[in-house]
Design a protein around this ligand. Structure first.
Ligand SMILES: [Zn+2]
Length: 322
């Protein structure tokens, strides 16, 4: 199997923490790295659109030579308006990507020595918003699709009643006996109006899509997929044997939410945890953790800012349990 993050020749990233530590020793070095990620073809003025090297002040403000407009490498990115050194952000990105299961807010606060839990929590949420690349490739068949339920006090309830749980639809590529890439989405219900658009956005048309006999999937053939149905009732086998990949992903996701995040995830934030989980899962075979850091930094400068008030707009900061 080809690693999904097979190092691309010419991609510039630190391979070890020692390399990282030496390279990003100053604010200037961090800014320069972000500048190259943001404008890989060279700087282009966001005001007048004219390309050409800007001049940069000591504080990192870029001045366009054509219109004299000012910008900064962090304006319009995840890092916009930060009062902390970029090196601290870089350390956060390194910590988040070098840990197999990621970091909790408490863990990040401790390792970076951040003054408040809220800051660490907000940083993780900002970085999570950069973990799904816009316009990413769709999965290719064969793909298993099924729903699961996360949260709530009990596991193991099968059916379409949510019982205080949040339904999540999972698509997993079948690769031999193993799993390729995945896509996850929180859903309001398991109707065809919800499930079909998810599949259309997640899976390349023409692919074989394997589901159970739920009516919400009945229209797959008419929207361009080769629909393989295994009705649960007639098969006589438990669901986890019919959709082994989806069920494995569901079990790992639940373990991750309980383990790394102590189950303290609120439903309105779940989308972002699903993005982080997908980001990690789809790169799980990559041995180059530094490349993961590079990808996250690259996506962070392509992702808009998420001010604190927006992160908590739907409720309070999640509290750590246990
Ligand atoms: Zn300009």
């Amino acid at each position: 199997m080809v690693s999904l993050d097979h190092p691309v020749p010419g991609v510039d990233y630190p391979r070890t923490f020692q390399e990282f530590d030496v390279r990003f020793v100053s604010e200037e070095a961090c800014r320069e790295y972000l500048r190259r990620l943001r404008w890989p073809q060279g700087f282009q003025c966001p005001h007048c659109g004219v390309p050409g090297e800007p001049w940069m002040t000591a504080r990192g403000v870029l001045h366009c030579r054509a219109c004299q407009g000012q910008t900064s490498v962090t304006a319009g990115t995840v890092f916009e308006g930060t009062r902390k050194p970029l090196r601290t952000w870089f350390l956060a990105m390194w910590f988040v990507t070098s840990q197999k299961h990621g970091a909790s807010a408490l863990g990040l606060q401790r390792v970076l020595g951040l003054g408040s839990y809220q800051t660490a929590w907000a940083w993780l949420h900002k970085l999570r918003r950069a973990m799904v690349r816009p316009g990413r490739d769709r999965l290719t068949g064969p793909v298993e699709v099924d729903e699961t339920y996360v949260g709530g006090p009990e596991e193991g309830v099968r059916g379409r009643e949510t019982l205080d749980k949040t339904p999540v639809v999972i698509a997993a590529e079948a690769r031999g006996r193993g799993i390729g890439r995945i896509r996850l989405r929180r859903i309001g219900d398991a109707s065809s109006e919800t499930l079909l658009p998810f599949i259309q956005s997640a899976v390349t048309p023409g692919s074989v899509v394997h589901t159970d006999g739920w009516s919400g999937y009945a229209g797959l053939g008419s929207v361009g997929y080769e629909h393989r149905v295994t009705p649960l009732k007639r098969s006589g086998s438990p669901a986890h044997e019919l959709m082994p990949r989806v069920h494995k992903v569901a079990a790992l996701l639940k373990r991750w939410l309980l383990g790394t995040h102590h189950g303290g995830v609120q439903p309105f934030h779940l989308d972002y945890y699903l993005d982080e989980y997908t980001f990690r899962f789809n790169r799980r075979t990559s041995r180059a953790r530094g490349l993961l850091f590079h990808r996250l930094a690259q996506q962070a400068v392509a992702t808009g800012p998420a001010p604190y008030h927006r992160l908590v707009a739907h409720g309070a900061v999640e509290q750590v349990r246990g």
